[in-house]
Design a protein. Structure first.
Length: 389
């Protein structure tokens, strides 16, 4: 079996010779973590009515770049985003060398980071001649803003990045005449599916496929059966067999479990996913751990409700502030006790926030004990060291 990088180094067929598939969608989802600001052209803003139709006739094309245009050492600082920037860098080098990907056109780069509204968004569209476009949404970067927006997804029907994703998909549809594929990994997968669910019927009709890769779902009740029915047969939801992130929140689309070379939370990295015969290697089933994560967190959030969840999110954000963390990537370095560090930092919080966090983590710990057993729960540092109320 191959890794994603090995696939890039060994798949020599062009997209004319072998059609776009799920592994390619994962590649584009990781490529979306490349900050192409100043190199990859942006799409013009969407015009409406007669002006939009005239624009499409008079100026049907888009300006583009190539992966090689990104591979400049002087631009490396700030180019590789997310929690595995070294892997993103290796991915860029492999994309430049790959006969399958090196002639793909890049366009429509967009990036928004707004601390005041807790909005972090980035997207790029990849175009293969007149055959297809792949609209790819980036996952969370290492900024405090991005991670706060992730937490906001637990109680808000729409966050800033989701709104921007819908607007971006509409803008891509207005500029491109080829079939549209939509993809993303982690938060990017959430944005891909959200955009496809909420875009106009005209744009949705142009979507060939949506890939949502180990991505969290939505607030319970945000979408109904009729919403998902509009995308019947067009969505692939892929998660590693021990998925954590992909089990969060609500999504009724059946997940296809795949094999990873890692274990636990490290399976979230798409660079650990195993490829065989041009597809991800299927696992027999989701692990009990993955199913437990979904059941425990969904029940926990449902019982708290939106208002209480918002207060817990604000308390967690206050704890991170108290810990002095600006680069969230620091929390995910090997050997770091993420939740334990937040618990320790909570001792420096205001008593009211500490009480909210302590009560919420206490309830979550009790649910873990009931679902996984005392022995497993006791091995978790945040269970052993809950904030004192």
């Amino acid at each position: 079996m191959f890794s994603l990088i090995s696939y890039l180094e060994s798949e020599f067929a062009t997209f004319d010779e072998k059609p776009l598939g799920e592994v390619d969608a994962a590649v584009f989802s990781q490529a979306a973590m490349l900050n192409g600001e100043g190199i990859v052209p942006s799409f013009p803003r969407v015009r409406t009515g007669l002006i939009r139709r005239l624009q499409a006739v008079l100026d049907p094309g888009v300006t583009t770049a190539r992966f090689v245009d990104l591979d400049r050492a002087e631009r490396y600082a700030g180019m590789f985003t997310g929690l595995v920037p070294d892997d993103i860098k290796r991915c860029l080098h492999a994309l430049v060398a790959s006969p399958r990907f090196r002639d793909v056109a890049l366009s429509g780069f967009s990036r928004v980071v707004d601390e005041a509204s807790h909005t972090q968004f980035m997207a790029t569209t990849y175009i293969w001649r007149d055959a297809f476009a792949c609209v790819s949404f980036a996952g969370t970067d290492a900024s405090r803003t991005g991670w706060r927006e992730d937490l906001d997804m637990a109680y808000r029907n729409e966050v800033g990045a989701q709104r921007l994703a819908r607007e971006y998909l509409e803008r891509a549809a207005s500029r491109l005449s080829v079939p549209l594929n939509v993809c993303g990994h982690s938060k990017g997968g959430n944005l891909a599916l959200y955009a496809a669910l909420t875009c106009s019927d005209e744009t949705r009709a142009r979507i060939a496929h949506v890939w949502t890769l180990d991505a969290p779902g939505f607030v319970r009740g945000r979408f109904g059966e009729d919403d998902y029915r509009k995308l019947d047969g067009k969505v692939s939801r892929i998660v590693p067999e021990e998925s954590t992130v992909g089990m969060l929140l609500s999504c009724p689309i059946e997940a296809a479990p795949i094999v990873s070379s890692a274990s636990g939370l490290e399976q979230h990295s798409a660079f650990t996913w195993q490829v065989t015969d041009g597809l991800f290697a299927r696992a027999d089933h989701l692990s009990d751990y993955a199913r437990s994560v979904h059941e425990v967190v969904e029940g926990w959030l449902a019982d708290m409700g939106a208002d209480e969840t918002r207060r817990v999110v604000e308390a967690i954000d206050a704890a991170i502030t108290a810990a002095g963390v600006e680069d969230i990537g620091e929390l995910f370095r090997p050997g770091r006790d993420i939740a334990g560090g937040i618990v320790e930092a909570s001792k420096r919080m205001e008593p009211s926030s500490r009480e909210v966090l302590g009560r919420a983590l206490g309830d979550l710990a009790a649910r873990v004990m009931r679902r996984l057993g005392d022995d497993v729960a006791a091995s978790l540092p945040w269970v052993r060291r809950r904030p004192a109320s």
